[in-house]
Design a protein around this ligand. Structure first.
Ligand code: PEP
Ligand code: MN
Length: 266
């Protein structure tokens, strides 16, 4: 089945030309200093295309840090003004979309816990009608290709043509070295259905720990995925969320240097 998506090539909306394409930044915006300082160190590496940060965090259980909220959008804008890096955040409601657009965020993504819910995805899609902004859709937490495709279709039907998928792995009962099983077949299958759809790999949420990231990132590039989203924190040991999987900006720069690019990009 070939999907009927109307999408623009990635290089229409990601124009830095840096290879590999890397979107990096903290799992969560925690404080203004943490976010801005991390952004500066990432920008200084010269290897980053966009800055990511979680503003509203979809925590599995209550009682944990649920994101700094709207105030973080101001910090993100300061980071952008000072570094020149375009910004990317997760949106999970129509209100998040509205606030992100008002705050000048450059790229939005739908998180894995939202992709599972067509009502949520449709609410996000409705808020995007008439807007021209890049949107990336993470795979759902469960290994269901149709939900992933359905979410991409809903966003595309709303008129978003700067569209990409993010492969962040799938939860599984099996004991595994990974936090989320890569299940590469599912991402490859999405590519078969929509060859023109860019797929960005998120090794941080697949691995759940920083040691395995280089292996997954390289495999993604070897499979012709178009880029990477990697969590980076100025001091991962004190990160408020996903501490084990975040890497410092300098470790990230080393990691990127060690990756072998696809032949087509060299
Ligand atoms: C994140 O990117 O920090 C995040 C919450 O990811 P996911 O939706 O993949 O769990
Ligand atoms: Mn995270």
């Amino acid at each position: 089945m070939k999907l009927d998506l109307n999408i623009q090539p990635l290089n229409n909306w990601i124009t830095s030309g840096k290879q590999p394409l890397v979107i990096a930044g903290p799992c969560s915006a925690e404080t203004e200093d943490q976010l801005v300082a991390t952004a500066h160190l990432l920008a200084k590496t010269g290897k980053i295309t966009a800055l990511r940060a979680g503003i509203w965090k979809p925590r599995t259980r209550p009682g944990e840090f649920e994101g700094i909220g709207s105030v973080g959008l101001k910090w993100l804008d300061r980071a952008k003004q000072e570094t020149g890096l375009p910004t990317a955040i997760e949106v999970a409601t129509g209100k998040h979309v509205e606030e992100a657009l008002n705050a000048g965020v450059d790229i939005l993504w739908v998180g894995a816990r939202s992709t599972v819910n067509p009502f949520t995805v449709q609410e996000i899609a409705d808020a995007l009608k008439g807007v021209d902004i890049p949107v990336m859709v993470k795979n759902p937490v469960n290994p269901d290709l149709s939900l992933w495709i359905g979410a991409l279709e809903r966003i595309n039907n709303a008129g978003i043509t700067k569209l990409a998928a993010i492969h962040r792995g799938f939860s599984s009962f099996e004991k595994s070295a990974f936090r989320n099983e890569p299940m590469w077949d599912l991402a490859i299958s999405l590519k078969t259905h929509a060859p023109e759809l860019p797929i960005i790999n998120d090794p941080s949420h697949i691995c759940g720990n920083r040691d395995l990231i280089p292996y997954i990132a390289q495999k993604a590039l070897d499979l012709d995925m178009q880029g990477l989203m990697i969590e980076s924190h100025i001091d991962p040991s004190v990160a408020w969320t996903d501490a084990k999987q975040q890497v410092t900006p300098s470790a990230l720069a080393e990691l990127i240097d060690r990756l072998t690019l696809r032949k087509a990009d060299v």
